[in-house]
Design a protein around this ligand. Structure first.
Ligand SMILES: Nc1ncnc2c1ncn2[C@@H]1O[C@H](COP(=O)(O)OP(=O)(O)OP(=O)(O)O)[C@@H](O)[C@H]1O
Ligand SMILES: [Mg+2]
Length: 125
């Protein structure tokens, strides 16, 4: 599954990924992958890849980095700044848009594929 995380600088994208990893039982350090482009978290039945493409200066760099192979049936890919790889990223199943709200953040979730819509419906119930 591919999840795009959008929203301004500091909107809480990395914090949301950290919360998800904690909920999955990961207790180690969760750092922002701004310099590495991707951090990898192996779980027993899938691998979670946390991308931050903020530093991608040219969408071509995405192809050169060979990151496409990380998108497969056994991966959950969460991508901050997907717009930096414009047109080259695998399509999102779910897009989560974070916005500043009075005392925290507001998250807008949109399912973009059948699987993604099922996920969002699951959360809503
Ligand atoms: N839901 C929240 N409520 C209150 N504070 C939050 C929330 N989410 C994040 N923050 C705070 O906002 C700051 C920025 O968060 P974070 O690094 O997750 O943003 P980001 O969207 O990943 O930014 P960037 O675009 O720079 O990668 C942090 O200090 C974090 O603790
Ligand atoms: Mg971040």
């Amino acid at each position: 599954m591919t999840v795009w995380l959008t929203g301004a600088l500091g909107a809480g994208k990395t914090t949301l990924v950290r919360g998800l990893l904690r909920a999955l039982g990961y207790t180690g350090r969760v750092k922002s992958p701004t310099f590495a482009l991707v951090e990898v978290y192996p779980f027993s039945s899938f691998t979670l890849y946390h991308f931050d493409l903020y530093r991608l200066s040219d969408p071509l760099e995405w192809e050169e980095a060979g990151l496409r192979e990380y998108f497969n049936a056994r991966s959950l890919c969460l991508i901050e700044w997907p717009e930096r790889a414009a047109g080259r990223l695998p399509a999102a199943d779910v897009e989560i848009r974070l916005e500043f709200a009075a005392d925290g953040r507001q998250a807008l979730l949109q399912g973009r594929t059948e699987a993604g819509r099922a996920c969002v419906r699951g959360l809503a119930t």
